[in-house]
Design a protein around this ligand. Structure first.
Ligand SMILES: Nc1ncnc2c1ncn2[C@@H]1O[C@H](COP(=O)(O)OP(=O)(O)OP(=O)(O)O)[C@@H](O)[C@H]1O
Ligand SMILES: [Mg+2]
Length: 272
């Protein structure tokens, strides 16, 4: 599975088989269905279940989740703490495996992949951004990004990646010489410098104030728009949902609703 074939149109299924169409909020749904038929599916999750057994109790973090991510779309995942958002993102990004179900990427089922194959999937196709930036303190911004570009098959230069997130003048700064928002933008540059097909962001603005959070969100939106990177973003800030194409609502390990945004708002219009 080291070489994945190029993307092609597969089954179109808004919200997956188990999300009844009645659950699709009417706003923009018709327009989305039209768009969805014109788009390729970038990644599909089918009937995902994840259970954790910790001693006497069993936690069902995901409970029969179906979801398709479409090429180039921006999806926001909302839901209470513990509802399974990070568990889903980690499985979609090849960091974890479900207890049952399938994750299909270009006709390959990631749940059947070996550790080496998953490693290649993550290396070549996936960018991750977490709440805490995980930069290496002894390396400059450019060197932090270069760590990834040195092993990727078709990377952009670290300078180009840092330009994309508005940090061309901070390339030689160490993380301690950067603000929280700037460090997060370095982390975004690091995630997208390999030109990933999929960008997964788990509460990327969670540690930031609103002004800084908007700069970070702008960087993610720009990459989604200009590079066409399929993006899924977890947040606790419901205001952010207005920048998405679709908003996926989680509760108790399930997708309980999907809202289609008729128009994507810009960050300047958001009530943070
Ligand atoms: N390694 C683990 N072992 C046991 N239970 C776990 C583990 N990881 C997650 N869980 C449980 O699975 C459920 C879903 O967790 P998850 O981290 O996906 O939630 P979340 O929606 O991302 O929450 P938050 O918004 O707080 O980040 C929770 O009940 C959590 O306690
Ligand atoms: Mg989480």
């Amino acid at each position: 599975m080291a070489q994945f074939p190029s993307a092609k149109v597969t089954a179109i299924c808004v919200g997956g088989g188990r999300t009844a169409s009645s659950e699709l909020v009417a706003l923009g749904a018709e327009r989305w269905l039209t768009m969805a038929h014109e788009r390729s599916v970038a990644l599909s999750a089918r009937d995902l279940t994840k259970t954790y057994n910790t001693g006497a109790t069993e936690v069902r973090a995901l409970n029969h989740v179906d979801l398709d991510l479409y090429q180039g779309e921006l999806v926001v995942l909302l839901g209470p703490s513990g509802s399974g958002k990070s568990t889903l993102l980690n499985i979609l990004g090849g960091l974890d495996k479900p207890t049952a179900g399938e994750v299909l990427f270009r006709d390959h089922d990631l749940t059947k992949a070996s550790d080496r194959e998953l490693n290649l999937y993550r290396r070549d196709h996936v960018g991750f951004v977490f709440q805490f930036y995980n930069l290496i303190p002894s390396l400059t911004a450019r060197e932090n990004v270069a760590l990834v570009t040195e092993i990727a098959p078709n990377p952009m230069s670290p300078s180009d990646a840092l330009n994309l997130v508005g940090l061309h003048d901070r390339q030689n700064h160490f993380p301690a010489q950067l603000s929280g928002g700037e460090q997060q933008r370095v982390a975004i540059a690091r995630a997208i410098a390999k030109r990933p097909d999929l960008l997964f962001c788990d509460e990327p603005t969670g540690a930031l104030d609103s002004k800084t959070g908007i700069l970070v969100l702008d960087a993610i939106l720009r990459i989604n728009r200009e590079m066409g990177t399929t993006t899924a973003l977890i947040t606790h800030n419901a205001g952010i949902a207005d920048v998405a194409n679709r908003v996926i609502f989680f509760a108790d390990g399930r997708i309980v609703n999907i809202k289609v945004n008729e128009t994507q708002r810009s960050t300047s219009e958001l009530a943070w």
